[in-house]
Design a protein around this ligand. Structure first.
Ligand code: 5GP
Length: 175
């Protein structure tokens, strides 16, 4: 079994999700934004965030993959597993990301969206790991800056395990 160490408690995460939601609500008002969640990692964050957003909004999901099984480093190649169904043209889009690491997935997502001519695109990322950034990406709503360690929980996995943990943990593989 890999070793897990608690980095952020569920209470600490909840406080920050609440405050991100307040900021988003203040900025969007009644613009009815299209929230685009990047699967799979975003599902817990998206579910908690939208339930704090007392305003009109719509949701869509983009399924991308950049990590292979048992990998704890990005392979740098992003593939679309399931594209967007809703039209994006003229919409105010808010990308909801679990974690930004190299930035390659977010860069790919932003290019994918820009081609579809939205009215605006902003980014909300709960966790930001800037140490390993390979490309510059904008983050308009940032939850936490996390250290350069592999993290799991709150939607994030290791080999599809640990997504259900309510806190955020650092994971160390046993050699
Ligand atoms: P990036 O393209 O920015 O390197 O990585 C984006 C995706 O890689 C995230 O959406 C997430 O699925 C995965 N990822 C990046 N860092 C971590 C990490 O520390 N833990 C886990 N579980 N996934 C990560």
């Amino acid at each position: 079994m890999p070793r897990l160490e608690l980095l952020l408690s569920p209470q600490e995460i909840k406080q920050v999700v609440d405050s991100l939601a307040r900021e988003i609500k203040d900025n969007y008002g009644d613009k009815n934004p299209l929230l685009v969640g990047v699967l799979k990692g975003c599902f817990v964050f998206m579910a908690d965030l939208v339930r704090c957003l007392d305003m009109p909004l719509e949701m869509e999901f983009l399924s991308l993959s950049s990590y292979g099984q048992r990998r704890t480093v990005s392979c740098g190649k992003v593939e679309v597993m399931r594209g967007l169904r809703a039209p994006v043209k003229g919409r105010h889009v808010l990308v909801v990301e679990d974690i930004v690491d190299t930035g390659l997935t977010l860069r790919f997502t932003l290019n994918y969206l820009e081609r579809r001519k939205p009215a605006s695109v902003k980014v909300c990322a709960l966790f930001d790991k800037p140490a390993r950034r390979q490309t510059e990406v904008p983050i308009d709503y940032r939850g936490f800056i996390v250290p350069d360690v592999f993290v799991v929980g709150y939607g994030l996995d290791y080999d599809e395990q640990f997504r259900q943990l309510p806190g955020l943990y650092s994971l160390q593989e046993k050699s």
